[in-house]
Design a binder for this molecule. Structure first.
Ligand SMILES: Cc1cc2nc3c(=O)[nH]c(=O)nc-3n(C[C@H](O)[C@H](O)[C@H](O)COP(=O)(O)O)c2cc1C
Length: 192
């Protein structure tokens, strides 16, 4: 993708609010489908191992102890989606993690920053809107951060400091479909 388009996205992120003031959280931009594609087998291997762990009694007990019951139940209900994703990849070699996108942006912030996770999510949202304003398509991808958080070598290769947490990623590309309107989902609103 043209660097100018990505520069405009980054310029928009520079105006994002940050919890403690100071600069916006850092972002790692992977520009080029070939570079993203080369990471896919390793991401799939990570999720395959993870899925096996979630089917194993000892693994389940460990995860439940680490995460707590509520989070574990939420994760467990998501496992069929992960299994379908792996099956589809095995059959077609088509990855439904980065969806063939040419650009992957990875948002991270120092673990020591009290508002780091909020800052990265806000910066990612600004990036999403700035991409959309240029006619680009985006999707936030939550499947990439767990892989990077458990693969320090890959994090290092991507120049993401070990003391930073990867919170969210964003795929950016040229949309195959033109959407004329967004889906309006009801907002649970309480007026007091
Ligand atoms: C925090 C967050 C994480 C997400 N992670 C993923 C993901 O890993 N894979 C994916 O395909 N979509 C992911 N999405 C996209 C949502 O699934 C998408 O926004 C939702 O389906 C609504 O899309 P729609 O408004 O186009 O229907 C994520 C969205 C958010 C906000």
């Amino acid at each position: 993708m043209a660097k100018e388009q990505l520069d405009r996205i980054i310029a928009a992120m520079a105006t994002a609010p940050v919890g403690l003031g100071g600069p916006p959280p850092p972002v790692c931009v992977i520009n080029g489908r070939d570079k993203i594609e080369s990471m896919i087998p390793s991401i799939m291997a990570f999720y395959r191992k993870f899925s096996q762990g979630m089917k194993n009694t000892v693994g389940r007990v460990m995860m439940r102890t680490m995460m707590g019951k509520v989070q574990f139940t939420a994760l467990d209900s998501f496992m069929p989606t992960i299994d379908r994703m792996l099956e589809f990849y095995d059959m077609t070699k088509h990855d439904t993690i980065t969806w063939g996108a040419p650009v992957l942006m990875i948002f991270h912030a120092p673990k020591a920053h009290i508002s780091g996770r909020h800052d990265t999510m806000i910066a990612c949202t600004y990036a999403m809107l700035a991409a959309h304003a240029q006619g680009l398509g985006t999707t936030m991808i939550g499947m990439v951060p767990p892989y990077l958080e458990r693969n320090p070598d890959e994090k290092e290769r991507l120049k993401i400091p070990a003391e930073n947490t990867v919170d969210i990623s964003l795929i950016v590309g040229h949309p195959a479909s033109k959407f004329v309107k967004g889906i309006r989902r009801p907002v649970a609103t309480t007026w007091v």
